[in-house]
Design a binder for this molecule. Structure first.
Ligand code: HEM
Length: 397
């Protein structure tokens, strides 16, 4: 079994799972032509995520040749996700301190109202009997919820989605010149926008119970520099946007493809509480992560030199038969379900409870309101790092 991430085979983004299965069976640790390695088994990802000494998240050496001295380089190398201790530890403490369970819980009422109003208006977007639910439903939710998290005025939220897509798009393995320009422009525009917002908020602080920007600026857990504040706010907006859109879209697609599981969910709406983790495992929104070795390491009998880039295939690890019974079965009652969709160790997703809440409410209410829905046609996004639909056309009943 072979996979070159720089040249994935035809149909890979449509259905990567047969290839992942082959990697798990025949090439769990696989060298790439550029010297990097693909790592698929669950136990190795778990080990790598926990060991920040030997497996670094610091991306200076990888991103410098990719982006040169550019806004994209500054953005990515200032974000906590691409740093190691001590910077990571200090920034994470402040960020995690701002995203408290009570701040997240306070978003629930707004989320319920938003989802109800989006569902109500869905029939207005019918074209030839079907509604494109990524554009008119799934992608609308995270932008507004994260907008609420930072108390961004509603009429200023429009550009957030495109900025976010351009910045994250520039992380792809095969970055086009157009993609690089769009990514750099998005960082500049986004930073300027947030700088103005932060200056205004410093003079007029918001309610620290609900406004995460105010909590970050006036944190009792330490102080962020202006660059750290702006780039990490951008990172939160990006981190929570495409991933959550994909969670909702992938869930709707998977439920449609499994009529018996769909019937179970309609009959027992509380099933959504375990179902959300099966959505995340079965079609993980974030398929790939990366780490850099800081010393020579031995993984599954392979000697890997220091300074080697590792691609951690979350989508494969979450279907590893050594960890999950019947891993290709979509089972909404699966328990335990200790998937790695939110990674693990010190960099585990800070927004996991918010993402789960959005997934449960959006998908649960969608199915409750349109139980007769079915997918008419769909198109998968070509991105390897993020798994989601670029289009999902649904007949509502
Ligand atoms: C379904 C939705 C989501 C998925 C699948 C997801 C997945 C992930 C993954 C895999 C990581 C680890 C990256 C790495 O270290 O390699 C991560 C980190 C992170 N996520 Fe999420 N995420 C989601 C939603 C969110 C949301 C809603 C937020 C915030 C509003 C968020 C904020 C973060 C932050 C701040 C980090 C960096 C943590 C650190 O480096 O210490 N994520 N996420």
């Amino acid at each position: 079994m072979y996979l070159d991430l720089a040249r994935p085979p035809e149909g890979f983004t449509e259905n990567p799972y047969p290839i992942y299965r082959g990697l798990l069976q025949e090439a769990p640790v696989l060298a790439q032509p550029d010297g990097s390695y693909l790592i698929s088994p669950y136990h190795l990802l778990e080990l790598i995520y926990r060991d920040t000494d030997r497996f670094s998240s610091d991306k200076q050496t990888v991103f410098k040749p990719k982006y040169g001295d550019s806004p994209l380089l500054e953005h990515h190398t200032t974000s906590l996700v691409f740093n190691d201790p001590p910077l990571h530890t200090r920034v994470r403490k402040i960020m995690a301190g701002a995203m408290t369970p009570s701040a997240i819980a306070k978003l629930e009422t707004g989320l319920l109202i938003l989802v109800d109003s989006l569902l109500e208006s869905l029939p207005d977007f019918r074209v030839n009997g079907a509604v494109e639910v990524i554009k008119h439903f799934a992608s609308r939710i995270p932008v507004h919820i994260i907008g609420n998290l930072f108390d961004i005025p509603i009429d200023e939220r429009e550009p957030l989605r495109d900025w976010s897509l351009s910045i994250l798009g520039a992380l792809e393995h095969n970055l086009s010149p157009g993609g690089e320009i769009a990514g750099n422009n998005a960082v500049v525009e986004f930073t300027n926008y947030l700088d103005d917002l932060a200056k205004h908020r410093r003079k007029n602080p918001g309610n620290p119970d609900t406004d995460v920007l105010t909590r970050l600026m006036f944190s009792d857990k330490g102080e962020l520099s202006t660059a750290e504040l702006l780039h990490n706010c951008i990172f939160i907006l990006n981190a929570g946007h495409e991933t959550t859109t994909n969670l909702i879209g992938n869930a709707i697609g998977a439920v449609d493809a499994h009529p018996q599981q769909k019937a179970n969910l309609i009959e027992n709406p509380d099933l959504i509480n375990t179902a959300v983790d099966e959505f995340l495992r079965f079609e993980s929104p974030n398929q790939l992560g990366n780490r850099l070795t800081t010393c020579d390491v031995e993984l599954d009998g392979h000697h890997i030199p220091s300074q080697t880039n590792l691609h951690l295939i979350i989508g494969a690890a979450n279907r590893d038969p050594q960890k999950f019974d019947n891993p290709d079965k979509f089972n909404l009652r699966r328990k335990p379900n200790r998937h790695l969709a939110f990674a693990g160790g010190p960099h585990a997703c800070i927004g996991l409870n918010l993402a789960r809440l959005e997934g449960k409410i959006a998908v649960g209410k969608f199915i409750n309101q349109y139980p007769g829905f079915n997918v008419v046609s769909s198109k998968r996004s070509e991105r390897l790092r993020f798994r989601g639909y670029s289009e999902l056309h649904i007949a509502l009943d």
